[in-house]
Write a protein that binds this ligand. Structure first.
Ligand code: PA5
Length: 472
């Protein structure tokens, strides 16, 4: 791949002759899974061949989504989905100073990951001017936590939200099914507050709520009752599952509200698609990643640790936790994902990772170039901390030493490690990373015979919860 593209380096993962032999032996099965994802699944999706029952649901439309959205935007600009997303984001930027994003699971984690990775670390604390006149963003509807909900309601206040821009807030509510308890309950509560803040102005109220949902369902019906026209709603496209929806309006609308370059994000994903489709299997980083994961899982590494070496990437790790857990945790199988943020978690998890049970594969996500200028340790008269010998070193220098030192320690003890390098954290590289991990998850599913789409197990808790709430 060309410049500004992410890089996968797995030489410290193929330790031992058995692992290398297993990796080589996996190649035919891996290539078959690759062809299924890039060719057969798409033919099935477009109705050109039947989908076997064990491959249903088939939510493979996420694959082509970046190119589709970009092409439509180039052809139709304002009337395209992306054009509408950008226009709505601009309107909300002008009309409100806070946006509450309601959603859970795949309808939440992507937007959270994008905000944390691509906005300033203390974005919500900044003045409107420092935020570039972008609204602060808050996430709710991802729990039924009374204190958290009360805290956000208190922050939003009871006042007349129509008077001053700083007091005005709006809601983006995201639910594909439109019926998820956590999101629906939160919407009712926040809608009630917003209605009183709008002083009964129904036209204003409906402008301040933007739903992202399916073509029908309870949220769709509620949106209609609020006076929303179809062209004021955003859809989760057909054939795109919740946790694969980050590059639809589900992730793009909150990102655009924050001023994130969503076109670059999609271009990054399209670049990864191009690589995935065309790169030789021996150089195809999606297949390499799946191969490394699979051979180690066969050897008992059933915990997959994603060590992100940047605080900003923690929510990216949590997004991947959900993607992997809900996609492949089925039929008594599937690796357990675990996100670690280093160097922070070197002081909490590393002891176990270094000397604990050998059931883990470590993937580092490494940022090659920081956004900000390197901060030096500096010389001090107060050298009681004995840091003057490092006065010329910077925080990135220490980070690099910690990464190399940790990798070496794991390697010396035969613990498998691989690196995903991000040239820098920006919309383009993150678009690649999200698409890479989604493609890898479905390739792995096809490889091990587990349908990566759907999450039948989650229904059980919902049924019990509803029964306990007195619903049939
Ligand atoms: O990946 C999935 O499909 C799930 O995590 C859903 O996103 C989550 O359950 C929320 O569903 P909905 O968007 O229908 O409210």
């Amino acid at each position: 791949m060309a410049a500004n593209l992410i890089r996968y380096d797995f030489c410290d993962a193929l330790i031992g002759t058995q692992t290398q032999a297993d990796f080589a032996a996996l190649r035919p099965a891996l290539e078959a899974a690759w062809r299924e994802v890039k060719e057969t699944d798409l033919r099935r999706l477009h109705g050109k061949e039947p989908t076997p029952s064990d491959k249903q649901p088939l939510d493979a439309a996420f694959f082509e989504l970046p190119e589709k959205l970009l092409h439509a935007y180039q052809a139709n600009r304002d009337s395209s989905e992306l054009g509408r997303i950008l226009a709505t984001a601009k309107r909300l930027q002008e009309e409100v100073d806070r946006v509450v994003v309601l959603g859970i699971g795949g309808s939440y984690m992507g937007a959270r990951a994008l905000m944390d990775a691509l906005c300033e670390p203390y974005f919500n604390e900044q003045s409107r001017a420092a935020r570039g006149s972008k609204p602060r963003l808050y996430f709710e509807g991802n729990n039924v936590d009374n204190d958290a909900t009360a805290g956000l309601l208190q922050l939003l206040g009871n006042g007349n939200a129509c008077r001053h821009l700083e007091d005005r807030w709006g809601i983006v509510v995201i639910s594909k099914s439109g019926g998820t308890m956590e999101t629906a309950a939160s919407l009712r509560i926040f809608l009630d507050r917003l209605r009183s803040a709008c002083g009964g102005d129904a036209e204003r109220l409906q402008r301040l709520i933007v739903p992202v949902t399916g073509k029908h369902g309870k949220l769709y019906d509620l949106s209609k009752a609020l006076g929303k026209q179809d062209d004021e709603l955003f859809e989760v496209p057909d054939g795109v599952g919740g946790r694969f929806s980050i590059l639809s309006a589900v992730g793009l609308l909150p990102a655009a509200i924050l001023g994130i370059d969503v076109v670059r994000l999609l271009e990054g994903a399209a670049a990864m698609n191009q690589h995935f489709r065309a790169a030789d299997p021996s150089k195809n980083m999606v297949l390499q990643y799946v191969g490394v994961c699979n051979v180690w899982e066969q050897q008992g590494a059933t915990t997959r640790v994603l060590q992100v070496w940047s605080k900003a990437l923690e929510a990216v790790g949590l997004w991947y936790d959900q993607l992997l857990a809900e996609s492949l945790g089925k039929q008594g199988r599937g690796a357990t994902p675990l996100t670690a943020v280093n160097t922070r978690d070197l002081h909490s998890r590393a002891q176990q990772h270094q000397e604990g049970s050998r059931d883990k594969l470590y993937h580092n996500v490494i940022v090659d170039q920081w956004r900000t200028d390197p901060i030096a340790i500096g010389k001090s008269e107060l050298d009681q901390d004995k840091l003057n010998d490092l006065a010329e070193k910077t925080l990135p220098d220490i980070m690099s030493a910690a990464i190399a030192g940790t990798n070496q320690a794991y390697r010396d003890d035969g613990r498998p490690t691989a690196n995903i390098h991000l040239p820098q954290v920006d919309a383009y590289t993150l678009g690649q990373l999200f698409q890479m991990l989604m493609l890898a998850t479905v390739v792995e599913g096809r490889l091990i015979g587990i349908n990566p789409y759907g999450q039948p197990g989650v229904e059980l808790y919902k049924r019990n919860m509803n029964r306990l709430l007195g619903r049939s």
